[in-house]
Ligand binder design. Structure first.
Ligand code: ADP
Ligand code: MG
Ligand code: MG
Length: 890
């Protein structure tokens, strides 16, 4: 015979914690607590399979169910010495829903079920407390009518309010038994009126009504929406828990409360929770009365004048404290528990793993591992890698007062405060004068890079989460609020106005990149904490992971940050960013606009020493670690002069006519620059560029090696290769320059030449390409663009529709599209290895800092991931988690 009902109570249970699929989370843990011998009111769980049966069979129950429920009710009766439905000695129960994971949207719990006009009298007699009995009965009518019969809660509240007003009461606790009797009559009349039927008096009808309501709620709109948002299949179903009532509302020696075994905000190893005397169920969280602290320490910290549980009920408290510790060591995790004290006797009503902040998660994991409760590997798995982001930037003090001017998009996390500036040059000037600034722009472009670097934070009024400002800020680890549409920026007047208030250049504002808020003035902040628990967990993560973690960095500042955050090299050093600097852009423009190789050489000769100096610094900072340098990649037009002023400046420097220059600039413009003359295509048309860059790299390697005494092994990376021949042509130049430099310096330089795999053709022809390439770096930004044929810069306008309509689940620019782009990566890796076994492979681009993509990289067997410096710790943790998972799976 099928078993649909599982009993628990009196130190044993038919279920256990590992049966949560069948019994739901609440039911499984109630069973487990019973098995542990904890004081749990006896009860039973109707399985999730009944829910499935119910919906598969036209909302009917399995034939055996009624008998099994009767038998289980009888068992509760035997344990409590009562009988369900008996007029003299009635058993009262609660009916609670409980899916595998706790799910808002499901039916609310019904308490005190089994009360009716007759049994209420018996409860009054037995407890010697008529007020308690009638208070419980009116609660039951109210709850049952609301959640089972669909009579709205507020209609009952209204009756109660009017009664209190007419009788001069303010608190519910002032009502007497006789008062409640009057209320009960009014409540019943309301039900009769609304439903044209009396309130059900038969306890059997009551319990089946409640069970049906729990199963019914599985398919209500709220629950369906929640399941859709959280990927919970409808087939899971919910369980129903029926449990003997215990009463926290039996006078001053009774109470009800909720607690966490550790502080869920800080992770501090101290019991943390609240309770109310003479109260029932959800009164604590409902906010009707102000709850009291459980421990004396918490009461003192909260400066509360209401006594703690520790002082008012010391014995129950001591038992509760012990149980919490026992539960924690049993479940090996911080627990969130619910309890009730009935006339001094403690009862446990629920336990589950508690939700916590990133900070608390970190501390709890490290503390538990240090105490030997969990292993270090488990600790590593317990902290969400993405959540670390919250800890790596300054954040606004949660207690600080906020004067919110506007809310834009939370484009890049962290908070920053500074004087307003409205253009990038001013940002640089102010930063040079040691001032903190917030760069406020309508939107940013590649020419703002230096200003963005100099600013503490960036604010834009236009553009989304993938706008230039957002992407670059995230890469730099700078706080950014983008698309704050209600803010108006006037560049001429140098003002920012919003909601009738105007701020001038130099006025102080704060931005919160975690919430998107723009705030007036400076606001108190909390600094990130990189040592302590954070450092410890990182150490454990580093000891477990297989993949290395490198950073994308091109400035000495980024390189230093990367090292501080634990990067093991640079996976992507973009050389073009080095040319946006003032003083360099002019030489760059001369080079681009030159019409002959000689003209280009002249300009390149000016760039060579600057570029060499950049590399020397970076090699010194990263000494002993690998550095991958990518040769010039972007379309040339990004460097072109735009304004007349800029044109005139370049023309003068080159000694040519402005008109002629303008024409030349015009011929360089392209219809589709991202698919145009860029990457290795440029290096093929203008080999002098590759030669200059290679020379700068190798000369810097020689110089840095001399200075630090450690050899530098540069990895020269050729972008946008799709055809082996492309790489060969560029590589020939690089090798030739290497030979020259070595001969000049009289030293040997160990170096590698490799390529980005960022075009589908490159992935498909990876075997051929590996014949020349000594390493691969998957450039998944471009690979995603070219695989989907979607431009990342334009995707914002329609990817949202795609996600809404379920065409794609995740933004493929945020998390690797495993099926498409990922397939190409696998093909590329496999074919590359087939020709060059053990070929070094990594990933650069934003996916290198995304935990889910990092997990995928582990399965492809990449040697390293490379991401922006601020995401290095996230990547270190994610790589460790990926390695642990791979070990478990394999
Ligand atoms: P939720 O899932 O919303 O937390 P619960 O089923 O846990 O709902 O019930 C909410 C509260 O109702 C519990 O925390 C407890 O205070 C009270 N409650 C539930 N069952 C009982 C019971 N058998 N005796 C006393 N109180 C109960
Ligand atoms: Mg609960
Ligand atoms: Mg690219």
């Amino acid at each position: 015979m099928a078993k649909w009902v599982y009993s628990f109570g009196d130190g044993k249970a038919e279920g256990a914690a590992d049966m949560r699929n069948l019994l739901g989370g609440k039911g499984a843990n109630l069973a487990e607590m019973s098995n542990l011998g904890l004081p749990v009111p006896p009860g039973f769980t109707i399985t999730t399979e009944v829910c499935t049966y119910y919906y598969d069979n036209g909302q009917t129950y399995p034939a055996e169910l009624a008998a099994q429920v009767d038998e289980a009710l009888g068992q509760i009766g035997a344990l409590t010495g009562r009988t369900f439905g008996d007029a003299k000695n009635p058993l009262l129960v609660s009916v609670r829903s409980g899916a595998r994971t706790s799910m808002p949207g499901m039916m609310d719990t019904v308490l005190n079920l089994g009360l009716n006009d007759e049994t209420v009298g018996a409860v009054a007699d037995e407890s010697g407390d008529a007020r308690f009995a009638y208070d419980s009965y009116r609660r039951f009518i109210q709850m049952y009518s609301d959640v089972v019969l669909g009579v709205e809660h507020h209609s009952f509240e209204e009756i109660l309010e009017i009664f209190k007003e007419n009788n001069g009461y303010t608190l519910d606790t002032e009502l007497t038994a006789d008062d409640w009797k009057v209320i009960i009559e009014r409540f019943k009349a309301l039900v009769q009126e609304e439903l044209d039927e009396p309130f059900p008096q038969d306890p059997k009808a009551q319990i089946w009504g409640a069970i049906g309501a729990v199963f019914g709620s599985w398919m209500n709109q709220r629950a369906k929406t929640y399941r859709r948002l959280h990927d919970i299949p409808a087939s899971w179903g919910t369980a129903v828990n029926v449990q003997a009532m215990v009463f926290g509302n039996m006078g001053e020696s009774s109470a009800t409360g909720v607690a966490f075994t550790r502080d869920p905000a800080t992770g501090e190893n101290a019991l943390y929770g609240e309770f109310l005397v003479n109260a029932q169920g959800e009164d604590v969280v409902a906010g009707i009365r102000t709850p009291q602290n459980i421990t004396e320490a918490a009461r003192i910290a909260a400066k509360s004048d209401k006594p703690s549980l520790e002082t008012v009920m010391p014995e129950a408290f001591a038992e509760f404290d012990g149980i919490c510790q026992k539960l924690e060591s049993h479940y090996r995790d911080m627990q969130d528990v619910e309890f009730t004290i009935e006339r001094g006797k403690l009862w446990m009503l629920q336990t589950r793993s508690g939700k916590r902040t990133a900070r608390a998660a970190l501390k709890i994991a490290v503390d538990m591992a240090n105490d030997g409760l969990i292993t270090k590997d488990e600790a590593v798995l317990r902290v969400g890698a993405s959540a670390l982001d919250q800890l790596l930037h300054p954040t606004i003090d949660p207690d600080a007062k906020r004067d919110v001017l506007a809310t834009g998009l939370p484009a890049s996390p962290g908070a920053a405060c500074g004087e307003l500036v409205f253009n990038s040059d001013e940002a640089v000037e102010a930063a040079a004068a040691e001032k903190n600034v917030i760069l406020a722009r309508v939107e940013t472009s590649p020419e703002d890079i230096h200003g963005m670097h100099a600013a503490q934070g960036i604010l834009t009024t236009r553009g989304g989460m993938t706008s230039h400002a957002a992407v670059v800020a995230r890469g730099m680890g700078k706080p950014c609020v983008s698309g704050a549409g209600s803010v108006r920026i006037d560049y001429r007047a140098e003002t920012l106005s919003v909601g009738g208030r105007t701020f001038k250049r130099g006025d102080i504002v704060t931005i919160d990149g975690a919430t998107g808020q723009v705030l007036a003035g400076s606001v108190a902040m909390l600094k990130p904490e990189l040592t302590g628990d954070f450092g410890t967990l990182m150490e454990w993560a580093d000891a477990t992971r297989r993949m290395k973690v490198r950073a994308n960095a091109e400035t000495p500042k980024d390189a230093r940050t990367a090292r501080e955050f634990g990067a093991e090299g640079i996976g992507l050093c973009r050389t073009e960013h080095m040319f946006f600097d003032e003083g360099r852009i002019l030489a760059m423009r001369e080079m681009i606009l030159a019409e002959t190789p000689e003209g280009r050489r002249t300009a390149l000769a000016k760039l060579l020493p600057m570029q060499r100096q950049d590399f020397i610094e970076i090699f010194e900072i990263m000494h002993g670690l690998p550095v991958t340098i990518r040769l010039l990649d972007p379309p040339l037009h990004e460097f072109l002069p735009h304004t007349d002023e800029e044109m005139a400046e370049v023309a003068e420097a080159m000694g040519v006519d402005v008109e002629r220059l303008r024409r030349r600039a015009h011929t360089l413009s392209e219809f589709n620059p991202m698919l145009g003359h860029r990457g290795c295509r440029l290096l093929i048309s203008f080999p002098e560029v590759a030669e200059m860059q290679a020379r700068a790299i190798f000369e810097a390697a020689v110089a840095a090696a001399k200075k630090t005494g450690a050899p530098v092994e540069p990895e020269v990376m050729v972008p946008l290769v799709g055809i082996k021949k492309e790489l060969d042509v560029v590589k020939e130049r690089i090798d030739a320059v290497a030979k020259e430099v070595m001969a000049e310096a009289g030293v040997t330089i160990v170096y590698q030449v490799g390529t980005m795999i960022e075009l589908p053709r490159a992935a498909l022809k990876a075997d051929e390409i590996a014949g020349s390439a000594e390493f691969f770096s998957f450039g998944t930004n471009d690979l995603t663009q070219t695989t989907f044929g979607i431009s990342r810069d334009d995707a914002g306008s329609f990817l949202g529709d795609y996600q809404q309509q379920g065409i794609i689940e995740q933004d493929p620019f945020v998390s690797i599209d495993r099926e498409g782009v990922g397939e190409l990566m696998k093909i590329g890796a496999e074919r590359g290895r087939s020709v060059r076994p053990g070929i070094k492979m990594g990933i650069c681009g934003e996916h290198g800092g995304d935990p889910s993509s990092i997990d995928f990289c582990e399965t492809v067997g990449l040697d390293y991931v490379s991401c922006s410096p601020y995401r290095v710790p996230i990547a270190r943790l994610a790589a460790a988690q990926a390695a642990l998972k791979a070990r478990q799976d394999g």
